[in-house]
Design a protein around this ligand. Structure first.
Ligand code: HEM
Length: 419
C-alpha cells in the first residue's frame, strides 16, 4: 500500500532510499499502517537526522530522529514548548480542552504533582494483588481451542479494569472510559469519519459525568484515585470552576494509560511469536519477565511521536529552527538509533540496560504512568506463564492507521494451556 502511494506521488522506483531526500515525509500514516516507516527513519538518521518537511498533510515540520537529539529538545522546554499541542497535526477547533501534557511550567508542574500520587510506587504495590487477580480471571476465561482477538479479550479488558480502579469509577461504568478515550482521540485519527458534532455531544456527557464524581469526591474523605487527588489538592481543587480544564486533565489520564499499555500487551505476544528463540528463553527462565517488559515497550514504541513548538529561533546541530516551527520527536526512530542502542532492530528479552529507551519520553513530561504500565505488563506475563505453554499467533495483526498511536486493531491467537 505504501509503495503504491509513494509510486503515485514520486514515480516508479521511489521508496525510502531512492526518493530525493528533500521530498521525504516520514509522517505519512500509510507507512505506519504497513509497518514500513522504519526504513524511512533509518535513511533520515543516516543522511539528515534533523530533517525539514516543508509540506505534508500536517503542515511543515522538523523531524528529530536520533535518540540524543530527542533528549536535547525534551530537556529544553524553555525553547521547545508543549503548547499548543503535542501531536503533529493542529488541534481541531472542536472540543480541545486544556491538559497538563500540553502545558509548560509552572502550571504543568503543579497539575502533574497533584495527580501523580495515584501511580506512586507505594500505591502500585497496593494495587499489584488486584491486578494479578484480575489478570488471572481474564486469562482463565479465554476460549481454549478457538482463535480469538487478543486485543479485545485481554489487552483492552485488563487496561480498562485498571483505569476504572485508578479513577474509582463504578464498576458497571468501566467501559465508558475506553469509549470516551476513543471518541476523544477520534478528532486526530487519520481518515476518521466520526461526526464532529456527535463527538462534541458525547464529550459533553463525559464532562457532566466527571463533574458529578468530582463534586462527590470533594465532599468525601480524600482517597488515592485521580479524581479525589485533584479535587482535594489545594492547587487543583478549583478546577471544577473550569470544567473544560477538569475534563481535559481527566481525559489525559484516561487516554495516556489506555492505548499505550493496551498495545504493549498485544505487541509482546506478537514479538515472541516472531522471535521463537526469545520465547524459548522466556519459557526456560521466567525471571526474565521484568527485563522483557522494558524490551517490549522499546520495541513497540506505543506512541510514535510527541511534538514541540519552538518559542524562539534556535540552532540545533547546525539546523536553523525558526520561532513557531513544529518540531516532531520521533520516538519510534530514537528507539532504533544504532548510535544509542546496540543491535536496535533485534528483539532481545535479556538485553542489557533494557530501560534505556525513549518510549516514555524524557524530561519534565516523561510518562507519569511508566511504572504503572510496567507493573501491569509484568504481572500479566507472570500469570500467562503460569497458565499457557504457548500463545500462538494465527495471522498477521491488523494495525492502526496512525503516525501517533502505534498499535493493533486485531491480533488473532490461539492459547495452549500447560499440560
Ligand atoms: C506522558 C508514553 C502509560 C499517563 C507520556 C509521554 C509518553 C508516554 C511518550 C510523553 C513524554 C514526553 O513528552 O516526554 C507512555 C507509554 C505507556 C504509557 C509508552 C505504556 C507503555 C501510561 C499510563 C498512564 C500514563 C499507564 C497513567 C495511568 C501519562 C501522563 C502523561 C504521560 C499523565 C503526561 C505527563 C506530563 O506531561 O508531565 N506517556 N505512557 N501513561 N503519560 Fe504515559
Amino acid at each position: 500500500m505504501a509503495d503504491a502511494a509513494v509510486e503515485q506521488e514520486f514515480g516508479k522506483g521511489s521508496g525510502p532510499w531512492s526518493m530525493p531526500i528533500e521530498q521525504l515525509d516520514p509522517s505519512r500514516p500509510e507507512y505506519f499502517l504497513a509497518n514500513e516507516h522504519g526504513e524511512y527513519f533509518r535513511r533520515l538518521r543516516k543522511e539528515d537526522p534533523i530533517h525539514f518537511t516543508p509540506q505534508s498533510a500536517f503542515g511543515a515540520f522538523w523531524s528529530i530522529t536520533k535518540f540524543d537529539d530527542i533528549v536535547k529538545v525534551e530537556t529544553n522546554p524553555g525553547v521547545f514548548s508543549s503548547e499548543p499541542s503535542i501531536i503533529i497535526g493542529d488541534a481541531s477547533d472542536n472540543f480541545e480542552p486544556p491538559m497538563f501534557i500540553a502545558m509548560d511550567p509552572p502550571v504543568h508542574d503543579v497539575q502533574r504533582l497533584a495527580a501523580s500520587p495515584a501511580v506512586a510506587p507505594q500505591r502500585l504495590s497496593e494495587l499489584e494483588d488486584l491486578i494479578r487477580q484480575r489478570a488471572g480471571v481474564i486469562l482463565d476465561g479465554l476460549p481454549v481451542g478457538e482463535s480469538f482477538n487478543w486485543v479485545e479479550r485481554v489487552s483492552k479488558e485488563l487496561t480498562t479494569q485498571m483505569l476504572a480502579t485508578l479513577f474509582d469509577v463504578p464498576w458497571e461504568d468501566r467501559y465508558l472510559l475506553p469509549y470516551w478515550s476513543d471518541i476523544a482521540t477520534s478528532a486526530e485519527a487519520v481518515g476518521s469519519t466520526f461526526d464532529q458534532a456527535e463527538r462534541q455531544r458525547i464529550m459533553f456527557e463525559c464532562l457532566v459525568y466527571f463533574q458529578k464524581l468530582w463534586v462527590e469526591r470533594a465532599a468525601a474523605e480524600p482517597k488515592f484515585d485521580f479524581i479525589s487527588l485533584m479535587a482535594h489538592n489545594p492547587q487543583t481543587k478549583d478546577m471544577i470552576s473550569n470544567p473544560l480544564e477538569m475534563v481535559g486533565n481527566l481525559m489525559l489520564l484516561i487516554v495516556g494509560g489506555n492505548d499505550t499499555t493496551r498495545n504493549s500487551i498485544s505487541g509482546g505476544v506478537y514479538f515472541l511469536n516472531k522471535n521463537p528463540g526469545e520465547y524459548a528463553k522466556l519459557k526456560a527462565d521466567p525471571s526474565l519477565i521484568p527485563n522483557m517488559v522494558s524490551e517490549i515497550i522499546r520495541y513497540q514504541t506505543p506512541l510514535s511521536h510527541m511534538r514541540r513548538t519552538a518559542k524562539e529561533d534556535f540552532v540545533l546541530n547546525g539546523k536553523q529552527i525558526k520561532k513557531g516551527d513544529k518540531v516532531v520527536l520521533w520516538y519510534c526512530s530514537g528507539n532504533r538509533d544504532e548510535t544509542a542502542i546496540d543491535n536496535p532492530d533485534a528483539f532481545v528479552i535479556d538485553r542489557g540496560r533494557a530501560r534505556h529507551h525513549i518510549s516514555f519520553g524524557f524530561g519534565i513530561h516523561r510518562c507519569m504512568g511508566n511504572r504503572m504500565a510496567e507493573m501491569q505488563l509484568r504481572v500479566l506475563w507472570e500469570e500467562i506463564m503460569k497458565r499457557f505453554e504457548n500463545i500462538e499467533l494465527v495471522q498477521e495483526p491488523k494495525r492502526v492507521l496512525s503516525n501517533f498511536v502505534n498499535g493493533y486493531e486485531e491480533l488473532m491467537v490461539r492459547v495452549h494451556p500447560r499440560a
